[in-house]
Design a binder for this molecule. Structure first.
Ligand SMILES: [Zn+2]
Length: 315
């Protein structure tokens, strides 16, 4: 599982071109795992991607157990603020979905431990199901939350075609070695008129402009591609999905804190002072003080994470 990582060079996953210009290099700023990684821009279609990248067989090296998305159930979260925060994030997602589709059958791809599915099932509006290749995370969701989770890649799971009202992919696409195949699989499973809802790092975010290579959205080496809104629209169109709109939902402030940490740690070092500053920046009073600015950033769709809403063509 956690053997030494091996790297491969791959052509652009969107257009197949092997021509690319290097953009910048950087380390694993989140977990400090060894290596130096590179982001390139496809000379043909402009897609940004990591190249070379860890192979599918060895990338588990960069997903240790402490990787945050494999988190415990919200009710078991020790910090009250974090508990409130996580539940608020779930409510925002739920409202954004139900404004477009009031209920039905929902599949979450890359559901990790299944917290989102659990919260959606609790509303009584949704019949939920998940797909998660990490066997441990999937087992947690099944055992602790009583969910149906298929422990595999979406492209390997046998699911009924044209059966789902909503398919979600929260911060998953950028982690995939075969994003196009996964998008095709999702498109096949959607009912005509069903919604494909996904979030990705927002290349148009102000934080990326401001902090450049320290931006949290790069998350090397776990992020393998960085599509723009326009590039996503073009890809989805080929699969019979029409981009309807984009919305920044949640996470503007926590992602800013991450970018701030990456910038501070590489300019000032991982000192006690920088740690203290980051703890202070994450405290409730400072957060409240900054809330209006980040609410505006979210409203303008310029926060670090953005959610796309696409619809399967009705037949
Ligand atoms: Zn390309």
């Amino acid at each position: 599982m956690t053997s030494e990582p091996v790297f491969e060079s791959a052509a652009c996953t969107f257009c197949g071109s092997g021509d690319a210009q290097p953009l910048f290099e950087g380390p694993d700023r989140l977990l400090y795992l060894p290596g130096e990684f590179r982001v390139v821009r496809c000379a043909h279609c402009g897609l940004l991607r990591q190249d070379p990248r860890p192979t599918p067989e060895t990338i588990a090296f960069y997903y240790p157990p402490e990787y945050e998305p494999y988190s415990v159930a919200i009710d078991e979260e020790p910090s009250r603020l974090r508990r409130w925060d996580r539940r608020y994030g779930m409510r925002k997602r739920q409202r954004a979905i139900e404004r477009r589709c009031p209920g039905g059958r929902l599949l979450d791809v890359g559901c990790a431990t299944g917290n989102f599915l659990y919260e959606m099932a609790r509303t009584g509006h949704w019949q939920v199901e998940g797909v998660e290749p990490n066997a441990k995370a999937a087992a947690y969701g099944r055992e602790h939350l009583g969910l149906t989770i298929h422990a595999d890649e979406l492209t390997n799971v046998e699911l009924p075609a044209a059966a789902y009202d909503v398919i979600t992919m929260w911060n998953v696409l950028e982690h995939l070695h075969a994003p196009v195949e996964n998008l095709q699989a999702a498109a096949r499973l959607l009912k005509p008129g069903g919604w494909f809802i996904f979030s990705i790092p927002n290349l148009a975010s102000w934080e990326r402009r401001l902090l450049g290579k320290y931006w949290m959205g790069w998350e090397l080496p776990r992020h393998l591609l960085y599509p723009s809104a326009g590039q996503m629209g073009t890809q989805l169109r080929k699969m019979g999905l029409v981009m309807v709109d984009w919305e920044c939902l949640v996470g503007a402030y926590p992602s800013f804190l991450l970018s701030l940490r990456f910038w501070l740690e590489s300019t000032a070092g991982r000192t006690r002072w920088t740690q203290a500053f980051l703890v202070l920046s994450g405290s409730l009073p400072v957060r409240l003080l900054n809330a209006p600015a980040f609410a505006l950033l979210t409203r303008l769709n310029r926060a670090s994470l953005i959610t796309g809403f696409a619809r399967a063509e009705g037949r």
